[in-house]
Design a protein around this ligand. Structure first.
Ligand code: NAG
Length: 430
């Protein structure tokens, strides 16, 4: 009884929240259509297409009156590529984020291509399309497979000129999403020895496409590629205890239970090394269908910075060294500046010293040092600054040393103090 009431409430909530259509400008990408040679041997042609995601659930904070439903052209045009996709089951995560992407002038990358895979041609007379949508700024990325919906054919049914598929009365190609692979991160960075979770998930239609899922994570870097981990499991095993896991990168892991229960195929990488950097590809396969997500992992380790001297007293020219140690990646800038006793703002030294070459340590990190010869003309009270810039630092980092009055002065001070003390005691003792 209680369950029924809750169910009822839930439905009302969804209705109250409402739904909206997301309309995206895409490109239909087709292989080799005679253009080769023209555009430097372009093997793919791109044709403008429109994708309408129907009835995307929107949150209560959305002013619904702002969201106008998609209106198809009044006269159906069999030349236009108008894809209409129902995305309610499986629901595509975070699609509501796409609602305002266009208004906010975020770049939405959307590509549609025909999906085919071996075995599929024989077993089905439906047509499938692969759609990939990426909005870099929103960390939004999905790959979805659309299946065309059967259209009742009459004499008046319009056929698409290029695709040869029947169109709906409004001239759209009716489809539904059957399989989605998505990620909420396009790119992330982590420090050495840190842990990272590379986000990837999948959803499939209510009637399972198959009962087994294969997940594979691969890493590509500098033209080479290798497998990180793969997992095969039946979707009837909610704890994932019978999963067949093959770990290539030491200690990398995926939670087989989460894979089965939530379609969460995120990869955990502990104790990061420089060699973990690169492009990760998450591939999920169910039956004849497979789709991927790509995630960039950057290793960023800020430098340790120090100076060779804690204080500087100049009677003769003195070499000051600034060390920048164990950073990654390679690019680091070092600058020498000074603040003279009367100034407040630092100025650049004319002589920027000399840099050693980068040294690479066995853990892949780099070190660099710069040597500055400080002339004795630099007056006491001057602050000498070594400034290091590196992607791992939010802002350039300064280390500094103060030029002190030469020791000779303090020696005389000390001597004077000593004489006074002796005289004092001499008086007292007398
Ligand atoms: C998978 O699970 C992790 C850890 O619980 C979570 O951070 C991540 O957002 C989930 N990702 C997906 C795609 O469900």
């Amino acid at each position: 009884m209680i369950e029924i009431i809750f169910f009822g409430l839930f439905i009302t909530c969804v209705n109250a929240d409402g739904a909206a259509d997301v309309v995206l400008s895409c490109a239909l990408v087709e292989e080799g259509s005679g253009l080769s040679g023209m555009e430097g041997g372009a093997l793919f042609s791109r044709t403008p297409a429109t994708l309408v995601l129907r009835d995307v659930a929107v949150g209560p904070e959305e002013p619904l009156e702002m969201l106008s439903p998609f209106v198809p052209p009044s006269v159906p045009d069999p030349e236009l590529f108008l894809f209409e996709a129902s995305v309610t089951s499986p629901d595509i995560p975070n699609t509501d984020r796409l609602l305002h992407a266009d208004c906010n002038e975020l770049e939405v990358l959307c590509e549609i291509s025909r999906y085919s895979s071996k075995g599929l041609q024989d077993s089905s007379d439906q047509t499938f399309f692969m759609v990939s949508i990426t909005v870099e700024e929103l960390d939004f990325s999905i790959s979805l497979i659309l299946e065309t919906l059967p259209v009742e054919k009459h004499q008046s049914t319009l056929m698409h000129n290029k695709l040869g598929l029947p169109l709906s009365q409004s001239g759209t190609l009716l489809t539904k999403a059957i399989f989605v692979v998505f990620s909420n991160t396009k790119s992330l960075s982590a420090p050495l020895r840190g842990n990272v979770v590379l986000d990837c998930g999948f959803k499939q239609q209510e009637v399972p496409l198959a009962h087994q899922v294969d997940v594979e994570w691969r890493l590509q870097h500098r033209g080479k590629g290798w497998k990180v981990l793969d997992l095969k499991t039946t979707l009837d095993d909610p704890e994932g205890v019978h999963a067949d896991v093959n770990v290539e990168r030491k200690d990398s892991s995926m939670n087989a239970g989460l894979v089965v229960r939530e379609g969460n195929v995120s990869l955990t990488l502990p104790a990061l090394k420089v060699s973990d950097e690169g492009t990760y590809i998450c591939t999920v396969s169910i039956g004849h269908f497979h789709a991927q997500q790509v995630i960039q992992l950057h290793i960023i380790q800020p430098p340790h910075i120090s100076l060779s001297e804690e204080k500087l007293m100049l009677k003769t020219p003195q070499t000051l060294k600034c060390f920048s140690r164990n950073y990654y990646p390679l690019d680091a800038q070092m600058e020498w500046l000074f603040v003279s006793p009367t100034a407040t703002e630092p100025e650049l030294f004319k002589d920027q010293g000399s840099l050693t070459s980068h040294r690479q340590h066995s853990d892949g990190t780099f070190s660099l040092s710069s040597h500055l010869v400080v002339p004795p003309a630099v007056p006491p009270g001057t602050k000498i600054i070594c400034r290091v810039s590196h992607v791992g630092l939010d802002a350039p980092l300064d280390v500094s040393v103060l030029v002190e009055t030469p020791k000779i002065d303090s020696y005389w001070w000390f001597l004077g103090f000593l004489i006074v003390t002796i005289l004092f005691f001499y008086q007292v003792m007398k």
